[in-house]
Ligand binder design. Structure first.
Ligand SMILES: Nc1nc2c(ncn2[C@@H]2O[C@H](COP(=O)(O)OP(=O)(O)OP(=O)(O)O)[C@@H](O)[C@H]2O)c(=O)[nH]1
Ligand SMILES: [Mg+2]
Length: 216
């Protein structure tokens, strides 16, 4: 029986920065020695997977090209990660049999609404990412994603001033709503908060600072 490779599920509204967060955390994790596979779910296209592969595999050589896989789910994004995750689970089963060397699988959900969650059968650690451009009423308005995720990422803080989003309000409301579970303010454009996100992943999911070997 192949080992279960730890899995992170990343969900959030359309355009909140799910793919870019992956493009930022993978280099940090890969440089620490973790061997990673990325599965990017999209409703119709495989555009995100192609972009992530080009950036992380082709240009940076941080993982093999075949370790970035696109799934065009064809239906509601949350169906493919919660109600019927069979497409993702079948793919993961194949990966777990053929790539026992892997330390981590990162799953990106297609962009969705505030009720996004991953089936526990699919993801062991759930990152929900919103961006400030929806206004500082998020995270106060809640929703399953914001409330139930293991780590809430509040992205695009560089844009806060442009839309009068008060980060201290978001900080206060995230603390209240999430009852102390962690959140991190991030700017994917200049890497603010990325190390913090990686620290949470290592401390809460991977449990080891320096694993065995590098891919290359
Ligand atoms: N200013 C700013 N732009 C960002 C930041 N993070 C991501 N973006 C931009 O936001 C846009 C959407 O980012 P993606 O990573 O494609 O978002 P996504 O959530 O994967 O989008 P879908 O998968 O299509 O739902 C892109 O144009 C990014 O360049 C950030 O921290 N600041
Ligand atoms: Mg994306």
């Amino acid at each position: 029986m192949p080992k279960r490779i730890p899995r992170i599920g990343i969900g959030g509204p359309v355009g909140s920065g799910k793919s870019m967060l992956i493009e930022k955390i993978v280099p940090v994790l890969a440089k620490r020695g973790y061997r990673i596979c990325v599965i990017s779910n999209d409703v119709i296209s495989k555009e995100d997977a192609n972009r992530i592969r080009k950036n992380l595999a082709t240009e940076q050589g941080l993982l093999p090209e075949n370790m970035v896989i696109g799934i065009a789910t064809g239906g509601c994004p949350h169906t493919a990660i919660r109600e019927d995750p069979s497409m993702n689970l079948a793919l993961i089963e194949e990966i777990e049999q053929e790539h026992t060397e892997l330390d981590l699988i990162i799953l990106e959900s297609g962009g969705d609404n505030v009720m996004t969650t991953f089936s526990p059968a699919l993801a062991d650690y759930f990152i929900y990412i919103v961006d400030v451009s929806g206004g500082d009423k998020y995270p106060r308005k809640g929703g399953l994603g914001i409330e139930s995720c293991d780590l809430l990422v509040i992205n695009k803080i560089d844009l806060a001033g442009l839309i009068n989003a008060d980060l201290s309000v978001m900080d206060r409301d995230a603390k209240t709503l999430r009852k102390g579970k962690p959140h991190v303010f991030v700017n994917c454009k200049n890497d603010t908060g990325i190390e913090q996100v990686v620290s949470h992943i290592v401390e809460d999911l991977l449990f080891e600072e320096l694993p065995k070997a590098h891919y290359t």
